[in-house]
Write a protein that binds this ligand. Structure first.
Ligand code: HEC
Length: 446
């Protein structure tokens, strides 16, 4: 059904829907989290007049399921925080717009959720990074960025969430935590440093960014403690699963923040939302990465000739039972579709995710509603299609030119104009009963 642009006649569609009674509740829950002042979307829908002005477009983008953005096919698998309108809701919006977008009785309540920028809950601590000025005509730019923090005591962190100030500027960021032994840190709390870089971190940048704690012991480092891709939202697991213990003195470091080409003069100020818990982490999570930079080969190799549509797969057999928490499919702008599943040793299939229309702007980390067990000996399969024709509206090249993975930067290129095919699985070793552990957020936004 997805994307076919047709809605069947539904019984539960009111014959004369009004904004006050029927539309406001749908939009408040499904649209205002982004379409509000300083939200992720480029315009606010917080006023009835703003909604009315765009009524026709709203009818169109909800009918074709472009909005709310949720590339994963809800007929294949379900995830926490799924943003999908029901057929009835879509039909109600259609009818309301056809009948002239009537407001109805006044005095109803139509409010954006509380205005902190988090998809999890109100952050316990917000760490600001240094601002980055971007200029019209800038090509890809890369930074290392660091922010120092001092807490009143050691804490357990249950989740970290990077939030850029404007949507779509950061193409990716990879973040670590540096944990300093008591009294060994020489930076003042609140210190931020950044440097622009063209290559990976080296001894020069280590020194310049004071990452080595000159004169003191090396800080402990938690790798990949937080990551960002366009559209990602934070994830907080149930108490005791995942998470870290941080020392009183710590720093958040992004070793590569990648800003894509900018078409305006603008400033980005990213913050790191920190969520604390009183429960010590008991079960560590790991990451299994298939495809580019990962444990499994891409077949055939990732080369997408100009004016061609290609299909590639990558497969990996696991040797122990795992419980999957979160998955992240990752392609760049030529991505067309993505499909992943596991084949159990007995031949049964475990569906993981199906994205029929890839959208570079919405690369969620999809968290399952309950953990998904994949038994030892299963083969995990990911299949991706790429569209390098002029018909692909996201094609960065006009006319199209051959695009591939590139390895000449000391690792796979992260540039959005080169391609990647990655499937990242966050998991924890399986324990009996995991299938019944709910990963739904304890506190969701209204
Ligand atoms: C997760 C954040 C998010 C949610 C939720 C969301 N939007 Fe959007 N919306 C965006 C962003 C970002 C854009 C601009 C980029 C784009 O068009 O993809 C956008 C663009 C739009 C546009 C302009 C499309 C165009 O072609 O010009 C409309 C209309 C819209 N949204 C309506 C809605 C409606 C109605 C809902 C709820 C049913 C909704 N959005 C939910 C983030 C969101």
């Amino acid at each position: 059904m997805i994307g076919c642009g047709k809605v069947s006649e539904e019984k539960n569609v009111p014959s004369n829907p009004t904004f006050a009674e029927h539309i406001a509740p749908i939009l408040a829950k499904n649209c205002l989290p982004c379409h509000r002042e300083n939200g992720a979307a480029p315009f606010s829908l917080e006023q009835f007049s703003a909604v009315k002005k765009r009524a026709k477009t709203i009818a169109k983008v909800t009918l074709n399921r472009y909005m709310p953005p949720w590339p994963a096919d809800p007929n294949y698998t379900h995830f926490v925080g799924e943003k999908v309108l029901t057929e009835e809701q879509i039909a109600t919006i259609q009818r309301w717009v056809e009948q002239g977008a009537v407001e109805g009785s006044v005095g109803y309540s139509y409010k954006a959720p509380e205005s902190y920028r988090s998809s999890i809950r109100k952050p316990d601590l917000i760490i600001p990074f240094d601002t980055v000025a971007l200029h019209e005509g800038d090509l890809d730019r890369f930074f290392i960025s660091k922010a120092h923090v001092k807490l009143d005591r050691k804490r357990f962190v249950s989740a970290l969430e990077l939030v850029p100030s404007s949507m779509g500027l950061i193409h990716h960021a990879n973040g670590h935590l540096l944990l300093y032994a008591e009294g060994s840190n020489t930076e003042t709390p609140g210190t931020v440093r950044k440097m622009e870089t063209t290559d990976a971190m080296n001894s020069n940048s280590f020194e310049k960014m004071k990452l080595i704690n000159v004169g003191g012991p090396l800080p402990n480092r938690i790798h990949s403690a937080f990551n960002y891709l366009p559209g990602v939202e934070g994830v907080e697991y149930p108490a005791g699963i995942g998470g870290y213990e941080v020392t009183r003195d710590f720093a958040a470091v992004m070793n590569d923040v990648h800003y894509g080409p900018s078409d305006t003069n603008t400033v980005d100020k990213a913050v790191l939302n920190v969520f604390f818990t009183e429960t010590a982490p008991k079960r560590a999570t790991g990451e299994l990465m298939l495809g580019t930079n990962g444990v499994s080969k891409i077949v055939p190799p990732l080369v997408v000739p100009a004016n061609k549509i290609t299909k590639h797969s990558t497969r990996y057999t696991i040797d122990a039972d795992i419980s999957v928490l979160t998955i992240n499919p990752h392609l760049h702008q030529l991505g067309k579709s993505f499909w992943a599943f596991a084949i159990k040793p007995n031949g049964d299939t475990i569906p993981l995710i199906r994205i029929r229309r890839w959208n570079f702007n919405w690369q969620y980390f999809y968290t399952f509603k309950t953990m998904v067990r994949i038994p030892a000996g299963s083969e995990i399969v990911a299949i991706a299609e790429f569209d390098n024709t002029a018909k692909n509206p996201y094609n960065p090249n006009h006319p199209p030119k051959t695009v591939a993975e590139r390895w000449d930067y000391g690792g796979a290129s992260m540039r959005a104009s080169d391609e990647m095919f990655q499937f990242i699985i966050t998991y924890t070793p399986y324990q009996k009963g995991d299938e019944n552990i709910s990963l739904e957020r304890k506190t969701t936004k209204p």
